[in-house]
Design a protein around this ligand. Structure first.
Ligand SMILES: Nc1ncnc2c1ncn2[C@@H]1O[C@H](COP(=O)(O)OP(=O)(O)OP(=O)(O)O)[C@@H](O)[C@H]1O
Ligand SMILES: [Mg+2]
Length: 358
């Protein structure tokens, strides 16, 4: 699925990973400005620190960097930090914005020496632009084609050394020749709860919100390993604390607020729980086909597969098997159901009662 599609059916949900308008407005303010402020991702941070320090010591432009990882984990943030650490300006563009090789040539030829070019969603660039990028990355040169047909000529154009920072949520989609031209690849992992707790504390300080340790822990635990979600939940909990209490975020206030917003203790929202509940109550834990499951929750097949399932799979609550979807023992436990009491019958038996009835 394309996470940036405007048609994303669940794009506006509280635990969604896409940045909405409000996110974009506050994200700029909450972005760590240097590597020291950047929470977690120890390995990527340490490796990147070496790459940048060495380049600075040589007085050279840093090697090209590829950042891969799920939405909201800090790729854009890190690209800005790279530029800041190198004391270099940054130019920001994205794969979908570069449809013709000429678009890319125009950007490349206007770069200054040492400048950082951030190419977001690099896996969505057009093929001709991609091929131009190969040469630019390797030889700091592009061939600009002038004219058409038999009379067309390639005019070589020298480029100043620059650092390309590519970001992608789908490293597997990058053609190997492109991947190989990056001197350093950083793979961003989901964050541990303790790291997210630090993110929440830091953001609360910047937003001037008073928060207890346990309040930050409560929000962190429900943030699906993702700083963007942690920051968004923090803002909603702040609203609740202001309206329903004295503005201070304690553990109880955070838990009450997130219950109101239907984000449960493990970060599942209403859709996630509906899918799991159907799987357990109607289909005895599976295996059941995706389409059948989707009909049972009244959602599109794609929504179940691309919006709800990835997190459920990651959490070890649901498994995709050749015979269909199955629930794991952890799913029964999370919803407080037991197989015998919860199941409507043997796997595949049509349900006799509505999902939320009886
Ligand atoms: N390591 C971190 N420490 C503190 N805050 C972070 C960290 N990583 C991300 N954030 C915060 O999370 C938000 C989202 O980060 P960012 O925009 O960099 O994610 P992204 O990986 O570029 O997402 P996308 O794939 O959607 O473009 C920002 O507000 C940023 O400040
Ligand atoms: Mg980004």
């Amino acid at each position: 699925m394309n996470w940036d599609d405007a048609s994303d059916p669940a794009g506006d949900r509280l635990v969604g990973t896409d940045a909405d308008g409000e996110d974009r407005a506050v994200e700029a303010a909450l972005r760590p400005k240097d590597l020291g402020e950047f929470v977690g991702q120890e390995r990527v941070r340490e490796q990147l620190d070496l790459v940048l320090k060495a380049a600075r010591a040589r007085g050279a432009t840093a090697d090209h960097v590829l950042l891969s990882g799920a939405p909201g984990l800090g790729k854009t943030t890190l690209s800005m930090i790279i530029a800041a650490e190198m004391g270099a300006p940054i130019r920001i563009t994205s794969g979908p914005a570069i449809q013709h090789a000429g678009d890319l040539a125009a950007i490349l030829s206007s770069l200054t020496e040492g400048e950082v070019l951030f190419l977001d969603e690099i896996h969505r660039m057009s093929r001709p632009a991609e091929e131009m990028l190969y040469m630019a990355m390797e030889d700091f040169r592009v061939d600009v084609i002038v004219g058409k047909g038999p009379g067309a000529t390639a005019i070589p154009l020298e480029l100043p050394p620059f650092t390309l920072v590519g970001a992608t949520t789908r490293a597997g989609l990058l053609p190997p020749p492109l991947r190989d031209r990056f001197g350093f690849t950083g793979h961003m992992e989901f964050y541990a709860p303790a790291e997210l707790q630090r993110v929440v504390h830091r953001s609360a300080r910047l937003l001037d919100v008073e928060i207890a340790d346990q309040g930050a822990a409560e929000i962190a635990g429900r943030s699906r390993g993702t700083p963007r979600i942690a920051n968004r939940l923090l803002r909603r909990v702040r609203d609740y604390a202001q309206v329903k209490a004295d503005g201070v975020i304690t553990r109880e206030i955070a838990a009450q607020a997130l219950d109101v917003y239907e984000v449960d203790a493990r970060g599942l929202d209403r859709l996630d729980r509906a899918v799991l509940t159907a799987l357990l109550k109607l289909f005895g834990g599976g295996p059941v086909g995706l389409s059948t499951l989707a009909v049972a929750v009244g959602e599109e097949r794609e929504t179940v597969e691309e919006v709800a399932e990835p997190f459920l799979v990651r959490e070890g609550l649901l498994a995709r098997t050749p015979r269909g979807r199955i629930a794991t023992p952890a799913a029964w436990e999370h919803l407080g159901l037991t197989r015998d009491a919860g199941a409507a019958g043997p796997a595949g038996t049509p349900p006799q009662q509505g999902l939320f009835g009886g």
